[in-house]
Design a protein around this ligand. Sequence first.
Ligand SMILES: NC(=O)c1ccc[n+]([C@@H]2O[C@H](COP(=O)([O-])OP(=O)(O)OC[C@H]3O[C@@H](n4cnc5c(N)ncnc54)[C@H](O)[C@@H]3O)[C@@H](O)[C@H]2O)c1
Length: 255
Amino acid sequence: MNIRYDFTGHVALVTGAASGMGLATAKAFAEAGAKVALADVNADSLQTAADALSASGHDVIALQCDVADDTQASTLIKRTVERYGRLDAAFNNAGIQSPAVETADVPVDVYDRIIAINLRGVWCCMKHELLQMRSQGSGAIVNCSSLGGLEGVPGRAAYHAAKHGVLGLTKSAALEYAARGIRVNAVCPGIIDTPMVSDMLTGEKDVMEEMMRNVPIKRLGQADEIAQAVLWLCSDASKFLIGQALAVDGGYTAR
Ligand SMILES: NC(=O)c1ccc[n+]([C@@H]2O[C@H](COP(=O)([O-])OP(=O)(O)OC[C@H]3O[C@@H](n4cnc5c(N)ncnc54)[C@H](O)[C@@H]3O)[C@@H](O)[C@H]2O)c1
């Protein structure tokens, strides 16, 4: 893709950076000149991702973190700022999928885990990012919602509850900080070709075939297509955009 952003001198933080859209976004920030803190719960794949970016000459740090844990989220932002001095952009992307199960049959521990990672995890990270950005008087945050934040899909109530909740967090925080130089927005990816979706395409073939029939563009999205949207949302090119849920979904939610 030949759109070029310049994040030279900027510091970006990406959660869920060891895989999929997080990895693509961390790479895109690094290629655009940012110093990048990569965070993930999976220490091995996180280190592999950070090593690959370092080997390409980028200035990155790998920070293991479970985003659902407020103390770990606090430490994540502290260590990023200790290393790089500030925080300009954050993509709160870490998340997990829920198995396709009818609402009445979802075990409570499954529901709690989805909400803990996909909703409280975004809140924990955003809270500590905002503390830093508030003291700087600047910053841009992008929270990862989903087409599941905009619509319902049978079998996915817990996941969609979390992703709808991410939009509530995004809009309210956006209003609070709009006049203080901090922009908060959300991206709502459609069905994107990542390890998460590969698992669904093999494990839940019928559900996924039905969903793919509803994708107007008739293909999966690519992780880099989400990364480009995130960089735009963190760049001055979108400086009048506040509290929005940007659907990047091949037309799925346009129906
Ligand atoms: N792939 C899609 O089609 C799609 C569509 C809409 C939204 N999303 C959302 O996009 C985000 C990224 O998904 P992906 O498809 O790139 O998935 P992925 O599985 O490829 O990557 C997710 C990453 O998050 C990490 N992670 C999981 N739990 C974590 C935790 N508690 N703390 C820190 N890191 C954790 C994983 O280790 C993994 O590296 C998720 O929030 C997902 O819900 C995905």
